[in-house]
Design a protein around this ligand. Structure first.
Ligand code: PHE
Length: 464
C-alpha cells in the first residue's frame, strides 16, 4: 500500500508556498529591469493582461493536474493520459519539466548567492565604502564575478540552504519556510515602499509605472511581457503542478491561483515603485544593463539616510525571495526521484541537490554571472557565452514556453470536460461561468499566445 501523500496544512500553507515559488528574482530583479527598458506604463499594462489572460489560466491548469493525479509531473502525465490520445508520450512533458527545474536551479542559485555576499557587505560597511565610488563598486562586482572561489562558495551556501529546507519535506520544510519567509519578505517590502514614499522620486516613479503611453510599446515588448509572465509565475515546468499535488481536495483551486497571481503581481509592482523612486530621486544614469540591482542600487541606497540598513534589508529580501523559489525548483526534481524512482526524500534531496550544485559550478566559474546577467531574459537571442549561456537560453526561451504550451493543450483538449470540471469544483463549489471562461482561455487564448512566443523565438525576432 502506497504511503499517503504529504499535504499542506491548509489553504494558507499552500498559497504561501506557491506564492513563495512565484515571487523571486523574476519579480525583484527582472521585472523592474524590463519594465524600465520598455518605458513602464503601457508595458506594465500588457504584463497585467498577460498574467490575467494567460498566466492565471495556466496556473489553474497546473495545480489541477497536480491535485488530480496526486503525483509530480512525470507521474501526473502518465496517469492522466492513460487511454487518451498521445498516451505515454505525454510523460515527455513531465521529463522536460524536471530537466528544466534542474537547469534553472543550477544558475538561479549562483545569482541568488550574490545576495548573501551583498547582505554581508552591507552589514559590515564595505558596501557603503564602495558605493561612494561607483567606479570601484563596478570593478568590485566584476572581480567578484570573476572569482571562481567566491562564486562557488556562495552558490554552494545557497544550494545548501535550499537542500536543508526540501530535506524536511512538504510540511516541516517547505511550508514552514514559506510561513517564515513570506511575511518577512512582505514586511521588508512594505518598509521600503513606505520609505520611498518620502523620497523626491516617488511621484515620477508612479507616473512612469502607471501612466501608459502606447506609442512607446513595441511588439517585442508585448512578447517579453508575455514571456515574463511565465517565468515569474513559475509556470511551464511543473513547479505549480508539484505543489498542487500536495493540496487538499477541500481547498479551492481557482481561489488559490488568483491569490498567488495577485500576490506575485503586487510584489513585482512594489519592487518597481521602490527601485524607480530611488533611481528617479537622483538624476542617476541607468545604463541599459541588467546589473541595476548590484551596481546601481547600492550607490543610490547610500545617498539616502540609513543606507546601510536599507541596503542590508533589501539584499536580505531578495535572498529570501530567491530561496522560496529555489525550494520549489529542487522540489520538482526531488519529487521526481521520490515518486518515480522510489527514493526516500532525504536521499533524493541530497543527491539531486549535490548534482545541481556540481552542474551549477559550470555557470559559477565560466564567468557565468556576467553571462547570466546579459542572458537571463526570457526572450532573447542565443548566447555565445559557453555552456552556461546556452543552457540558460534553452531553459528560459524554449523549455518553459514549450512546457506551458503542452500543459495548456493537455488540460484543454485531452482531459475531458468532466475531469477538469470535477477537479475544479472540488473545494470551490459550483463554478459554471468561471469554468467556461477558463476553459475558453486554456483551449484557445493560452496556446495561441504561447505559440506566438515560440514562433517569434524561432524567427529570431529582435526584442531588446
Ligand atoms: N518564479 C520565479 C521567479 O520569479 C522563478 C521560477 C521559475 C521558480 C520557474 C520556479 C520555477 O523568480
Amino acid at each position: 500500500m502506497a504511503k499517503q501523500r504529504a499535504q499542506w496544512s491548509g489553504r494558507i500553507g499552500f498559497v504561501l508556498a506557491a506564492a513563495g515559488s512565484a515571487i523571486g528574482l523574476g519579480n525583484l530583479w527582472k521585472f523592474p529591469y524590463i519594465a524600465y527598458e520598455n518605458n513602464g506604463g503601457a508595458f506594465v499594462l500588457v504584463y497585467l493582461a498577460a498574467i490575467a489572460l494567460v498566466g492565471a489560466p495556466i496556473m489553474v491548469a497546473e495545480i489541477l493536474l497536480g491535485r488530480r493525479s496526486q503525483l509530480s509531473p512525470v507521474g501526473a502525465f502518465r496517469l492522466l493520459a492513460q487511454g487518451k490520445p498521445g498516451g505515454r508520450a505525454w510523460m515527455g512533458v513531465g521529463f522536460l519539466g524536471v530537466m528544466t527545474g534542474f537547469v534553472i536551479l543550477s544558475y538561479y542559485s549562483v545569482v541568488a548567492g550574490w545576495t548573501i555576499r551583498y547582505t554581508l557587505m552591507a552589514i559590515s560597511g564595505r558596501l557603503g565604502t564602495l558605493a561612494n565610488h561607483p567606479q570601484e563598486l563596478e570593478s568590485f562586482f566584476g572581480s567578484f564575478l570573476g572569482s571562481p572561489f567566491e562564486q562557488i562558495l556562495y552558490h554552494g551556501l545557497f544550494m545548501g540552504a535550499t537542500c536543508a529546507v526540501v530535506y524536511f519535506g512538504v510540511g516541516r520544510g517547505i511550508e514552514r519556510a514559506a510561513r517564515l519567509l513570506m511575511p518577512l519578505l512582505i514586511t521588508i517590502l512594505l518598509i521600503l515602499v513606505v520609505y520611498t514614499f518620502w523620497t523626491p522620486g516617488f511621484r515620477q516613479a508612479m507616473v512612469f509605472i502607471f501612466r501608459p503611453n502606447f506609442s512607446q510599446l513595441t511588439a517585442g515588448g508585448v512578447l517579453e511581457a508575455l514571456g515574463h509572465s511565465f517565468f515569474t509565475l513559475s509556470l511551464g515546468m511543473g513547479a505549480m503542478l508539484t505543489y498542487g499535488s500536495y493540496m487538499r481536495k477541500k481547498d479551492s483551486i481557482p481561489r488559490a491561483a488568483l491569490t498567488i497571481c495577485a500576490l506575485d503581481t503586487l510584489i513585482a509592482v512594489m519592487a518597481c515603485i521602490i527601485m524607480f523612486s530611488i533611481i528617479f530621486s537622483f538624476d542617476f544614469e541607468v545604463k541599459k544593463s541588467s546589473t541595476i540591482l548590484f551596481t546601481t542600487l547600492p550607490v543610490v541606497f547610500f545617498k539616502l539616510p540609513g543606507g546601510a540598513i536599507i541596503s542590508a534589508l533589501f539584499y536580505m529580501l531578495v535572498g529570501f525571495a530567491a530561496l522560496s523559489s529555489t525550494i520549489s525548483l529542487l522540489e520538482v526534481v526531488s519529487s521526481y526521484a521520490i515518486d518515480e524512482l522510489g527514493w526516500r526524500r532525504k536521499r533524493a534531496t541530497l543527491t539531486m541537490g549535490a548534482a545541481i550544485f556540481v552542474f551549477g559550478c559550470l555557470s559559477a566559474v565560466s564567468n557565468g554571472g556576467s553571462a547570466l546577467l546579459s542572458n537571463i531574459n526570457f526572450i532573447g537571442r542565443p548566447s555565445t557565452q559557453g555552456v552556461f549561456g546556452t543552457l540558460d537560453y534553452l531553459a528560459s526561451n524554449w523549455f518553459l514556453p514549450v512546457g506551458g504550451l503542452f500543459i495548456a493543450l493537455f488540460t484543454g483538449w485531452i482531459l475531458t470536460r468532466e475531469e477538469s470540471c470535477d477537479e475544479l469544483e472540488s473545494g470551490a463549489g459550483n463554478i459554471r461561468t468561471p469554468y467556461t471562461v477558463w476553459r475558453f482561455l486554456i483551449r484557445f487564448a493560452a496556446p495561441a499566445a504561447v505559440g506566438a512566443i515560440i514562433v517569434s523565438v524561432i524567427l529570431g525576432a529582435e526584442y531588446q
